[in-house]
Design a protein around this ligand. Structure first.
Ligand code: LLP
Length: 431
């Protein structure tokens, strides 16, 4: 099976972390998000250990909260030695409500309002990743008003398209995130930041993309950033102390996806940074990475109850589930592929080709198309794997569907970490 925490028990049911998927569904209801804390911890440790080994003991991974943000994730990542990136006051609020230390938060966001900036500075957020000059000016003013000097990284665009490398210096320069190096605009941005009194520039941030398997883009990214840092040092005397190279390492949604060796990839990036810095006579900065997907994706499974099958003769078979795009909009948005199992009939041949359709009145409400599972009967439990990232965090109440509950398996027991939304929750802000 795709992951080591999945198995089949004597009833022919799927087990996740040793727990029977049918029992979980019976106890907590469906749709249900399931998170395996041990998998989450293993993923954190993989990054922490590899980053320490290859970049040095000061290096640290930040967990990209956007992948899955709820209070219960923060004690886990904190105890594993991770920092966290947050992109909104809502994410800051959640992390702080969970007791996560503000100084370990890096505050992203392409349009931080003055209110957001004030909230971030006064909450004691450790570092702002400043996206543009407008934000810089507001931050300089607000930090001054609050009597603090705010540590910042400047977000730069390196002009790399990780999925079409030949498009280097074209596609990704045109981005709403950060300030491009290629167009020469980064020069003015950095100089303006260096002249500020109430911010302290620690270095640069850049993020090249998500679900990336090949190493070229990260190698090119650190090379471009180090070269740019050397150019600035020569021109201004400013030396970067920190370099945040973003997230983006890919995960395995289906058997067709490669299995990425994260430590090996980190070793490659570190070696590349080292050679480049040596060539440029630059001290190796403190490195941060921002993995989101590769921390939580494979720790998550979604369980649904099927309403049964529907054959559209001459076309295809549909299997309906009691959730869909409301709890996982990724197929509707990106045509992302998933591995789907009939958790109730794991010993039956997976030979029923079908499209998994959700409950919304929308033909795009699909979780997967043309997948093969054991032919289900109404009431069977359908499991969709690798749903830990960008599912709950992107869920909606479309068609007034309540968001599912989430349970976390810790120490052999599943405990409720997010309650299922009620209809009252859905109307609670309506006057
Ligand atoms: N850092 C920054 C600045 C980012 O923008 C992102 C993701 C990450 C870190 C984490 O990247 P990861 O390690 O998770 O690939 N909703 C999409 C993914 C959007 C990713 C946006 N930025 C999806 O469902 O695939």
């Amino acid at each position: 099976m795709l992951y080591s925490n999945l198995n089949i028990n004597e009833k022919g049911h799927l087990t996740i972390g040793g727990l029977d998927a049918e029992d979980l569904a019976a106890e907590f209801g469906t749709p249900l998000y399931f998170m395996d804390e041990e998998m989450l911890r293993v993923n954190c440790r993989t990054y922490v250990d590899a980053m320490h080994r290859y970049f040095g003991p000061e290096a640290a991974p930040l967990y990209a909260s956007k992948a899955l943000c709820f209070k219960g994730v923060y004690p886990v990542i904190e105890s594993e030695g991770m920092y966290a990136d947050v992109v909104s006051p809502g994410e800051i609020y959640t992390a702080l409500a969970a007791g996560f230390p503000a100084e370990k938060l890096f505050f992203h966001g392409t349009n931080k309002t003055d209110e957001d900036i004030r909230y971030g500075v006064s909450s004691g957020v450790g570092c702002f990743v400043v996206d543009n000059a407008n934000e810089l000016r507001s931050l300089e003013r607000i930090a001054g008003e609050l009597g603090t000097k705010q540590k910042i990284l400047l977000r730069l665009t390196v002009g790399l398209d990780p999925h079409t490398l030949e498009a280097i210096n074209t596609g990704r320069v045109d981005s709403q995130f950060g300030v491009p190096i290629d167009t020469g605009q980064a020069d003015g941005f950095v100089r303006e930041a260096l002249a500020c009194e109430n911010v302290e520039v620690a270095g640069f941030h850049s993020h090249v993309g998500s679900q990336i398997f090949e190493s070229d883009s990260f190698n090119r990214q650190v090379e471009i950033l180090a070269e740019y840092a050397a150019k600035l040092r020569d021109e201004t005397g400013f030396v970067i102390r920190e370099l945040n190279i973003g997230g983006g390492l890919g995960v395995r949604y289906t058997e067709q996806d490669p299995l990425l060796d994260i430590p090996e990839r980190i070793a490659e990036i570190a070696a590349h940074l080292k050679t480049t810095c040596e060539r440029l006579g630059l001290d190796i900065p403190r490195v941060f990475m921002e993995p989101g997907r590769s921390i939580v994706a494979n720790a998550g499974v979604t369980l649904y109850t099927t309403g049964g099958t529907k054959e559209v003769r001459g076309y295809r078979n549909y299997v309906t589930v009691d959730g869909g795009m409301t709890d996982n909009p990724r197929y509707a948005l990106y045509k992302s592929e998933y591995t789907v199992l009939n958790a109730s009939r794991m010993n039956d041949a997976a030979d029923y080709e079908c499209t998994i359709a959700g409950r919304c009145c929308e033909s795009g409400d699909r979780i997967a198309e043309y997948v093969r599972i054991a032919e289900p009967e109404r009431g069977d439990i359908i499991a969709v794997l690798t749903t830990g990232a960008y599912n709950y965090s992107m869920a909606s109440n479309y068609n007034r569907v309540p968001r599912p509950a989430m349970v976390m398996l810790s120490g052999g027991k599943a405990r409720l970490v997010v309650r299922r939304e009620s209809f009252e929750d859905i109307i609670k802000n309506e006057i």
